[in-house]
Design a protein around this ligand. Structure first.
Ligand code: PRP
Length: 212
């Protein structure tokens, strides 16, 4: 039996998904050790390997088959646009991808005028404005604290994740339009899905039963 390799998006999603795996009897003690500098963790009995990576790299590892399975947010899957199968919605890490800004800029969204949009997700922003809404935009890529952009005058609106809405509220911004719902998903390499179908399907079904 060959190893099945999992790429987990570092952080909360990895923690939560490892908790779910434990319920299925899939354990990996070492990965929970915050002090370790090890990058890859092996469960020899079950022939499984796990590694943590930057969320945006998870779809890349899965697309190239360096990982058979990935666990990552829908936001990253949409932004990266890789050729991978999305097979399961874990139902946690729920949030929304939204167009946000000061309330006064809502009118700009249907004005037909060119607007400036700042985002960590330029592909999602571009797809939404160009293909869904048919509005011309200048997309400005940022790497974090995107809420700053409309406050300091870099952009008219932003495309960003909204979870509780408190970051927006505390900065005088609001949701102007909702693009889509997001949550943690399992993705699978297309070849692995065929070659390791039995093991992967068993895992998906086991997880589905736990998630309910
Ligand atoms: C995310 C997102 C928002 C915030 C939304 O940022 O980009 O800024 O969380 O959460 P809320 O609706 O509960 O306030 P993250 O913490 O990932 O950091 P970032 O600003 O570096 O992207």
């Amino acid at each position: 039996m060959r190893y099945l390799t999992f790429a987990l998006a570092k952080g909360r999603l990895a923690k939560k998904s490892l908790e779910l795996f434990e319920k299925l009897g899939i354990t990996c003690e070492e990965i929970n050790d915050d002090k370790t500098r090890k990058l890859i963790f092996v469960n020899e009995d079950l022939k499984l390997k796990f590694f943590l990576s930057k969320p945006s790299d998870v779809p890349t590892y899965v697309d190239y088959g360096a990982a058979d399975i990935g666990i990552v947010g829908k936001d990253t899957i949409l932004e990266e646009g890789r050729n991978i199968f999305e097979v399961l919605d874990f139902g946690f890490g729920k949030c929304r991808m939204c167009v946000c800004g000061p309330a006064k800029n809502k009118e700009l969204l249907n004005s037909g005028r060119q607007i400036r949009v700042a985002s960590k997700y330029p592909n999602i922003a571009k797809d939404y404005f160009h293909n869904v809404k048919g509005q011309t935009t200048e997309i400005i890529k940022l790497n974090g604290s995107v809420e700053l952009a409309p406050i300091v005058g870099l952009s008219d609106v932003i495309v960003d994740i909204v979870e509780t809405g408190s970051t927006l509220k505390e900065n005088g911004l609001e949701v102007l339009e909702t693009i889509c719902d997001l949550s943690a998903r399992m993705v699978v390499n297309q070849v692995s899905m065929k070659m390791e179908n039995e093991r992967i399907t068993k895992l998906i079904n086991g997880l589905k039963e736990i998630i309910g």
